[in-house]
Design a protein around this ligand. Structure first.
Ligand code: COA
Length: 178
């Protein structure tokens, strides 16, 4: 897919390092406190985030999008479920700083995360998205995810029940287990 015409030309996407954690955490905690994008209800501490980054070594991943030296978004690849037969399935998450949303950074970051997932041998990637999160639904559709499920009232946040739409993308031949 050609890059979107409006994408920032000097954006760098790379693996996250411990010094990125304060920026990653600020972006995430804003979403925790103000949105239903995540079902976390309490902000995370830097110590929790250090453990989280440690737990996302290969084949899992945390990527950051860096613009003019500033982390403006991050994306992660996590285990979908713990039982071993799920090992070729990963879950994606991504969060863009509120001042940088709608500039195609999500498209760039998720595309790169899917490349990493394929290169790491995953067969499929799944995202759980609340139906009201139109930007995330559109982003995932644009990158080839399709709706495969709709869980009703599985979350409760801000005094209301929340549904989750499951979106899935099957990766290419290179992602088949050997
Ligand atoms: C959802 C999110 C990751 C999308 O990233 P982004 O960089 O803002 O989005 P992009 O500019 O790459 O655009 C991706 C798609 O979303 C659409 N979009 C972006 N902002 C939108 C908005 N405010 N309303 C509706 N659609 C929007 C774009 O039009 C595009 O869809 P299209 O290709 O069909 O036109 C980002 O907005 C975000 O971090 N939101 C808060 C956290 C969150 O919801 N994370 C996902 C949890 S599942």
């Amino acid at each position: 897919m050609p890059p979107p015409a409006d994408q920032p030309s000097d954006l760098v996407v790379r693996r996250a390092e411990p010094p990125d954690l304060p920026a990653i955490t600020d972006i995430y905690n804003h979403a925790v406190l103000t949105s239903t994008a995540t079902f976390d209800t309490e902000p995370r501490s830097l110590e929790q985030q250090r453990r989280w980054l440690d737990e996302h070594g290969e084949p899992y991943a945390v990527l950051v999008a860096v613009l003019d030296g500033e982390v403006v978004g991050w994306a992660s690849l996590s285990p979908w479920r713990a039982k071993p037969a799920y090992r070729y399935t990963a879950e994606d998450s991504l969060y863009i700083h509120r001042e940088h949303q709608g500039k195609a950074i999500g498209v760039i970051l998720l595309s790169e995360l899917l490349n990493v997932a394929e290169a790491s041998g995953f067969h499929t990637v799944i995202a759980g998205i609340v139906p009201e999160n139109e930007p995330s639904l559109r982003l995932h559709r644009r990158l080839g995810f399709r709706e495969v499920g709709h869980e009703r009232e599985v979350g409760y946040k801000f005094d209301r029940w929340l549904d989750v739409v499951l979106m899935q993308k099957l990766l290419g031949d290179a992602a088949r287990p050997s």
